[in-house]
Design a protein around this ligand. Structure first.
Ligand code: UGY
Ligand code: MN
Length: 248
């Protein structure tokens, strides 16, 4: 149906709100039986890629040119890496180190969030290891003591890893306690519920299915609205000196 040119999506220099009505599916070279929506990429100004991969039965992804994080949104994915085989169900996740040969295949229809980032080594940091997990099994921690806003860290907070992926769950009415302005950039996929997101000088209604990119230093705030919790999956670059990687 025509929306007569209207959408909640918005693309500004310091943020992108991409709502499902504006998603364009594209083939990914080497992928078979998978279409992707590329939400964040260097073309946008991001230093990582985030996509939603939509698999038909038997669909598979090609190897990544970087380290890769996969979070299953629907269905199941079979991952083989270094002699290990794991089948991830909805809310299951995997971290696959850069250069580690692996295969990702869907036995049936499936959807997944896929985040890829060139690895930035750090002096003295051990090499990152393959990880598998299920979001349900990760302990949740109240954000700054607020039990109505709970964070689950899916990647260990240790210098082997140069990015974080967390889920954040807000009870209805819960909100970030401050407007954040920080050096990290974010990729964010709304998983459940909704609310109001402040990005820069704009306030947006958002809900499950929406994607947001925030450039470093983009002012950001979220408050959850509605009768059920709001939950999102959020990426940030993490645990590296800001001058690393820019040849300073
Ligand atoms: O981890 C974070 O920076 C997180 N609190 N940001 C956000 O939810 N927009
Ligand atoms: Mn933040």
């Amino acid at each position: 149906m025509h929306q007569l040119g209207a959408t909640r999506s918005s693309s500004k220099p310091d943020h992108l709100l991409q709502t499902p009505d504006t998603f364009v599916r594209t083939p990914l070279p080497g992928a078979d039986g998978v279409e992707v929506i590329i939400h964040a990429s260097p073309q946008l100004g991001a230093r990582f890629t985030q996509m939603t991969a939509e698999f038909v039965a038997g669909g598979s992804l090609p190897p990544a040119p970087a380290q890769r994080f996969i979070y299953v949104l629907d269905g199941k994915l079979e991952i083989k890496i270094g002699g290990k085989r794991r089948v991830l169900s909805t809310d299951g996740f995997a971290y696959l180190p850069q250069g580690a040969p692996h295969t990702v295949r869907a036995p049936g229809m499936a959807r997944a969030a896929v985040i890829e980032k060139p690895y930035m080594a750090a002096a003295g940091a051990p090499a990152p290891e393959t990880l598998f997990g299920d979001e349900d099994d990760v302990a949740s921690v109240p954000l700054m003591g607020d039990h109505a806003l709970r964070v689950r860290a899916l990647i260990p907070d240790c210098p082997a890893y140069d990015f974080a992926v967390n889920t954040m769950t807000y009870d209805p009415g819960a909100a970030l306690s401050m407007v954040e302005i920080h050096v990290m950039e974010h990729g964010l996929l709304m998983l459940e519920g909704g609310g109001i997101y402040r990005l820069g000088d704009s306030w947006y209604p958002v809900h499950a299915g929406d994607f947001i990119w925030m450039r470093a230093y983009c002012p950001q705030w979220f408050g959850a609205l509605g009768k059920k919790p709001a939950k999102y999956l959020i990426y940030k670059d993490w645990l590296r000196h800001p001058l690393e990687g820019i040849g300073a």
